[in-house]
Design a protein around this ligand. Structure first.
Ligand code: NAP
Ligand code: 8YV
Length: 321
């Protein structure tokens, strides 16, 4: 008998094929009346496959009493209540490591796109402005600039290493000092004051909520650039928009937003802003690796009771191979 699982959000064809071969998959998107479905199927569901955006909402968690594993397609799992999961003995897994390179690449792409005015200059050519009005205004270099990284974990570390090629002077802020050669800044405001670029790459959730507030934004200032590839919740979005409008913040490169898939409309006409729709890990190669790991964790859990990549909160209840 195949175990029955609930699939929240989308899955690639490759993931679906592998999931269907091992499980009876119930896609949430195909359930029209959740309460009726729960009364006939709720107790049969033994695992959930989800993603970092959708997570598992409390009413879904409550409706599935026999869930033993939740596999998240993404490294960030702030949309899953791990406290409740651990209390119920549910093992939560995620996809760390396999997306480091592409997320770091997008952070640097946003730095380059904002500093070199990529979107404006692309438009300069397409609109005929070049032929009509001559050369575009000069832009700014990222070479040898000061960069502050908020969150120097797997991805933050990769961003730092890649930025060394540009001669950037790198410092970072985390709760605990790391064994690295980059300068540790205990105080985020002091770091923001000192740098040209501030890159956010922490987890979301309560401990990082609006860490980048008005004081930090003002410390970064009119010559500063904010890059956010972490979670929209890490930045006080209203304050950021206002600071960009008033010229108190120079530029922003943003992959994540507080209310996805909605982004503040005030940003849409700003030339000093580059926006991407939460696509830092969205390459074919990286999404394949994430999908494989998401499914591997589930298969391994049901075949051997072990998982490959449990979230740290579940270290005490998860067996690893
Ligand atoms: P990680 O290895 O766990 O690194 C997290 C870093 O953030 C650590 O250095 C940690 O250091 C620091 N941190 C955590 N809480 C903090 C706090 N309250 N204040 C300051 N620093 C804090 O995680 P990762 O694999 O690099 O991923 C980081 C996050 O990136 C994910 O959780 C996700 O939210 C985001 N992400 C976004 C995308 C995207 O598509 N845009 C893709 C992948 C990941 P300390 O514990 O010492 O504070
Ligand atoms: C995904 C992410 O796009 O891994 C993360 O934390 O934010 C992204 O890689 C997200 O999990 C939605 O699937």
């Amino acid at each position: 008998m195949k175990p029955e699982i609930l699939l929240i959000g989308g899955a690639t064809p490759r993931m679906m094929e592998r999931l269907n071969s091992k499980f009876v998959v119930h896609p949430l998107s195909e359930i029209t009346d959740f309460d009726t479905w729960v009364s006939s199927h709720g107790e049969k569901i033994e695992a959930v496959a989800t993603n970092g955006h959708d997570g598992v909402k409390p009413h879904i968690m409550d409706a599935l009493p026999n869930v033993k594993a939740i596999s998240c397609y993404g490294v960030g799992y702030d949309a899953i209540d791990t406290k409740v999961a651990v209390e119920r003995g549910i093992v939560v897994t995620h996809t760390p490591g396999v997306l480091n390179a592409d997320v770091a690449n997008l952070a640097i792409l946003l730095m380059l796109a904002t500093s070199r005015c990529l979107v404006r200059d692309d438009q300069w050519v397409r609109s005929g402005n070049w032929a009509k009005n001559g050369n575009a205004p000069l832009t700014r270099s990222i070479e040898n600039k000061k960069v502050g990284i908020l969150g120097l974990g797997r991805i933050g570390g990769e961003i730092a290493r890649k930025l060394e090629v540009f001669g950037c002077d790198i410092c970072y802020h985390t709760r605990t000092k790391k064994e690295v050669s980059y300068t540790y800044c205990e105080d985020l405001v002091e770091m923001a004051t000192a740098v040209d670029y501030l890159i956010a790459i922490t987890p979301g959730g309560p401990s990082t909520n609006k860490l980048i507030n008005r004081t930090v934004i003002d410390a970064l200032g009119p010559e500063g650039t904010l890059i956010n590839v972490a979670r929209g919740s890490v930045v006080d979005e209203k304050e950021m928009v206002q600071a960009l409008q008033e010229g108190r913040l120079g530029w922003a490169g943003l992959d994540v937003f507080a209310d996805e898939p909605n982004a503040p409309e005030e940003l849409f006409n700003m030339e000093n802003v580059v926006l991407t729709p939460h696509t830092a890990s969205a390459t074919i190669e990286t999404r394949q690796a994430m999908g494989d790991l998401t499914v591997d964790n589930l298969i391994s859990f049901f075949e051997s009771g072990t998982v490959k990549t449990p979230v740290p909160e579940c270290a005490g209840i998860a067996k690893t191979d």
